[in-house]
Design a binder for this molecule. Structure first.
Ligand code: APR
Length: 321
């Protein structure tokens, strides 16, 4: 059986961690494309030279030629500028939509059968653009946002309650902006509602405040890292998150992961990419799991979807104007 092949478009901070994780987990052979001469070749050589130490055996190649991504099963796109302190993800739209246009043309030509995971920001607009240009079916072009946003939420809950992150389940829906929707009602520790545990610890009123603070920190978590790093944005956690999605597809695991998916009526949204729980398997997005939102969650979802629509509309005017 042939080995799986993963193409990484963009070999910067996230791209480098993606390559190392693909290698360590032996997910398949890896090709890293970047426009910077020598850089992807250098990174892949560096990782390959760790293989005898770490004990992985995959082929790693750096390239400036899209031809080399031919036959990829999964393509992960991180090409584009990251944020600097004071910038919102949306401030990147003009530059990154030009970059995404050239990237998507490369994917269309050489890897039209791949499952594509977009990480470049502003995520909801970049994944929309990537699908439009590649023409790859919607269920095979998705964005990574929700796995990371959910992981951030779960991390804060675990720290607050003094429990292992392994036992926390938490999910965010909606767009990858400050209006994302952390689902407080469904956050649990081994099925026990987090709110109940917080109420035991603090009483009802303070429990609400503590949860609100965690929700706020989750929404602004990307910016918190940007402010500390000063020269770029988060890269370890976005890479890990995309790898979970890629692995589910490559190994047909059918994991339920919050994924930026194209919606056709689900959650009352039509024709936009929005974060929802999706079953990821060899066919790509194999199912979207729907459930009833309460009035407050629905209002947050509507606000988040409105922000996504605004972003996608501005994309149209950038491309047409
Ligand atoms: N084609 C391919 N790669 C490109 C192109 C292009 N047209 N233009 C830029 N790149 C490459 C850069 O050379 C750089 O190596 O994209 C890479 C981006 O890497 P970083 O600047 O280190 O950014 P990173 O932290 O990896 O984030 C990438 O993901 O989370 C988002 O907001 C983040 O949009 C940003 C993206």
């Amino acid at each position: 059986m042939a080995r799986k092949k993963i193409a990484l478009i963009g070999g910067g901070q996230i791209g480098g961690v993606l390559a190392q994780l693909c290698a360590l987990r032996e997910l398949g052979d890896v090709v890293m494309f970047d426009i910077v001469e020598g850089m992807p070749q250098g990174k892949m050589l560096d990782i390959a030279e760790a293989s005898p130490v770490d004990g992985f055996d995959v082929c790693l190649q750096g390239t400036q030629d899209y031809k080399d991504i031919a036959g990829s099963d999964v393509v992960i796109v991180t090409a584009g500028l990251p944020r600097k302190p004071g910038m919102s993800r949306d401030d990147l739209i003009v530059t990154n939509s030009k970059i995404m246009t050239s990237v998507a043309e490369g994917i269309k030509q050489y890897a039209p059968n791949a499952f594509v995971i977009v990480i470049s920001n502003p995520l909801d607009a970049m994944v929309t653009l990537c699908q439009k240009i590649t023409g790859i079916p919607h269920n095979r072009v998705v964005g990574q946002a929700g796995v990371l946003d959910s992981a951030r939420f779960a991390t804060f809950i675990a720290w607050e309650l003094g429990v292992s992150v392994k036992d926390v389940v938490a999910m965010t829906l909606g767009g990858h902006g400050d209006d994302m929707v952390p689902l407080v009602r469904y956050a649990s520790v081994q099925g026990i509602p987090v709110m109940e545990l917080l109420e035991q610890k603090y009483g009802a009123e303070k429990a609400k405040e503590v949860m609100e603070a965690m929700v706020k920190r989750t929404r602004l978590a990307g910016g918190e890292v940007v402010a500390l790093l000063k020269t770029g944005s988060a890269f370890y956690s976005p890479a890990s998150s995309a790898i979970a999605m890629a692995e589910s597809v490559l190994k047909d695991q059918k994991r339920v992961l919050p994924t930026c998916c194209y919606l056709q009526g689900e959650f009352g949204v039509n024709g936009y990419y929005v974060g929802v729980p999706a079953v990821l398997g060899e066919k790509g997005v194999e199912n979207i799991l729907q459930f009833k939102l309460d009035a407050e969650e629905q209002a947050m979802m509507d606000k988040s979807v409105a922000a996504v629509k605004g972003l996608v509309d501005s994309l149209d005017s950038i491309l047409n104007g």
